[in-house]
Design a protein around this ligand. Structure first.
Ligand SMILES: Cc1ncc(C[n+]2csc(CCOP(=O)(O)OP(=O)(O)O)c2C)c(N)n1
Ligand SMILES: [Mg+2]
Length: 546
């Protein structure tokens, strides 16, 4: 027992849970937590210039390290500012804990207009969190935070929120922290495992479709073992990238811009489709759907994903942790004869066909990105923004390791890239981290260049400057007869802007100079902005439909 303020109790419990860093933006209701950072040292505090960045950084940190990302914001506008980032973390099933303030306990719900008051904050956070709670008694703080972390660590990881009023944070009491725990993960029951093995082992053309759940569970080695045992191609969604290296001839891209069609072809040929850690609701072609004679086995930690959207009903829904479940399946397959009859050369040829299509669309930048890949370490992390240039990671720029491609998943959140990449770099200071952003997306969080300098976050931020909200501008050019309005952007001189923040800026207008610019940026050991402009930006852009 120790005499602590509520704010100090928060810090002590976070320490007990192994939290090393908190991304925060201060304000009157949470100053006792800030004071806790001071009096109970040990946790690193990174203050940002906008609350969106606290949650984006927590998400980027969490997804690239597997640790829990924690953010701290004031109630009302602070929580609202961070909400788009929470929605992104929710889409990506990221383990993010948001601590938010409240107004004084006796004012909650009175509508008297206390500073930052909103009517029902936990209600507001509900759609973007798995769990949320309010703690109003100082003695309950350790247990409240412990429960929040239990919610993240049990079942499907998703963001959670806990809010504590300022009077509770100010109260002094004898506080006992709670010990950190690990929670049991579900594995596959024996009978179910037998049935899964029967399907997989007897399949002529077993196909694995794997998503972000595999990376979140750290199940990549187990996935590769199962794929090898089955001689099966592995279709990876963008969130699943890296679980099998792009250089593996049996790895195929699932969807998005990087999908000229191999995945769809393989799906048609498969007799058993084994889905792991994926919502499985993005068909590679609009008309694709499992046929009646195809067996679909869907392994996921969250049974609400079964029978979702595209597949009305999987043949088998198996609730299990991906690492444990795939481990069991790999072990069991080692002891049986499998009937798999894939022609590996034909699969590799399909993969090559996809690559050739991508290369033919933009041969020059394709080659440039291959060159960039060769000069960077395998574990380089790329945060692909919502930009035309996001077509390169996962195609010309191979993703080789799990947790090295960060996306905004189905939220498609413009503006997430740069601040999320800052968090990824905090979690991986020894590894090059590249943020690929458009001029529009980068502008959401320009002020965080100061954060990068202040906290020595040596991120390489590449801005593809096509002077437009490209996707929307393309829409006008293609769907609206060229009626361009509200999609062209006046931009600052990004290199001069970087310089004003004390960030090194490199201007690239010639595509051939791009690899050297990236090399210089990575070797600078400082925050760097690479401003890709002019012809280089045009070449890197999405393929315009004409
Ligand atoms: C929060 C949010 N607002 C708006 C959009 C719609 N949107 C998608 S891409 C895009 C334009 C992006 O422009 P830029 O960042 O410059 O990238 P570019 O497409 O030009 O490469 C917009 C407005 C979105 N996806 N998310
Ligand atoms: Mg743009």
């Amino acid at each position: 027992m120790a005499q602590l303020t509520g704010g100090e109790a928060v810090i002590r419990q976070l320490q007990a849970e192994g939290v090393e860093v908190v991304f925060a933006l201060p304000g009157v209701q949470i100053m006792h937590i800030f004071n806790g950072f001071f009096t109970q040292p040990g946790i690193r505090v990174i203050s940002t210039r906008h609350e969106q960045t606290t949650a984006y950084m927590a998400d980027g940190y969490a997804r690239t390290t597997g640790k829990i990302g924690v953010c701290l914001v004031v109630p009302g506008p602070g929580a609202y500012n961070a909400a788009a980032a929470m929605s992104t973390a929710y889409a990506a099933s990221s383990p993010v804990l948001m601590l938010s303030g409240q107004i004084d306990t006796d004012l909650i719900g009175t509508g008297r207009g206390a500073l930052h008051e909103i009517a029902d904050q936990t209600e507001f956070m509900k759609p973007v969190t798995k769990w949320q709670d309010r703690v109003t008694k100082v003695q309950d703080i350790p247990e409240g935070i412990h429960e929040a972390i239990k919610q993240i660590k049990s079942g499907r990881s998703r963001p959670v929120e806990i809010e504590i009023p300022p009077d509770t944070l100010a109260t002094v009491a004898d506080i006992q922290t709670v010990e950190a725990e690990e929670y049991p993960r579900p594995s596959i029951p024996t009978d179910t495992l037998r049935a899964v093995i029967n399907h997989l082992a007897s399949a002529k053309h077993p196909l694995i479709w794997a998503g972000g759940g595999v990376n979140l569970a750290g199940a990549d080695a187990e996935l590769r073992r199962v794929a090898d045992a089955l001689g099966a191609p592995v279709v990876l969604t963008r969130e699943g990238k890296g679980a099998v290296s792009d250089t593996n001839p049996m790895q195929i891209n699932a969807g998005g811009g990087a999908n000229p069609g191999a995945a769809a072809d393989l799906m048609r040929q498969a007799d058993v489709i084994f889905v792991v850690g994926s919502r499985f609701n993005i068909p590679p072609t609009a008309d694709w759907a499992p046929k009646p004679n195809q067996v679909v086995i869907h392994l996921d930690i969250d049974d609400t994903e079964f029978g979702n959207k595209l597949i009305k009903k999987p043949t088998m829904g198996v609730v299990a942790d991906a690492k444990l479940g795939l481990g069991q399946i790999g072990g069991a397959l080692a002891g049986v004869r499998v009937q798999s009859a894939w022609d590996k050369n034909a699969v590799a040829a399909l993969k090559k066909r996809d690559e050739d299509v991508m290369r033919a669309q933009r041969p020059a930048p394709y080659g440039i990105w291959e060159q960039v890949r060769k000069q960077l370490p395998d574990d380089t992390i790329v945060v692909g923004g919502i930009t035309g240039a996001d077509r390169w990671p996962g195609t010309a720029f191979s993703i080789l390791k799990p947790r090295t491609l960060v996306t905004s998943s189905y939220m498609g959140t413009l503006g997430y890239g740069f601040p999320t990449a800052l968090g990824a770099k905090v979690g991986n200071p020894e590894v090059p981290v590249l943020s690929l952003t458009g001029d529009g997306g980068f502008s959401y969080a320009v002020g965080e260049l100061a954060t990068a300098v202040q906290y020595k976050i040596n991120l390489v931020t590449v801005i593809f400057d096509n002077h437009r909200f490209g996707a929307s501008n393309d829409d006008q050019l293609t769907r609206f007869k060229g009626n361009v309005i509200g999609t062209e952007l006046f931009n600052p001189d990004f290199v001069a802007l970087a310089k004003a923040y004390g960030v090194k800026g490199i201007h690239v207008t010639d595509l051939d100079k791009f690899p050297a610019a990236i090399r210089r940026a990575v070797n600078a050991n400082a925050p760097v902005v690479v401003h890709v402009d002019g012809d280089a930006a045009y070449q890197m852009d999405r393929v315009r439909a004409t």
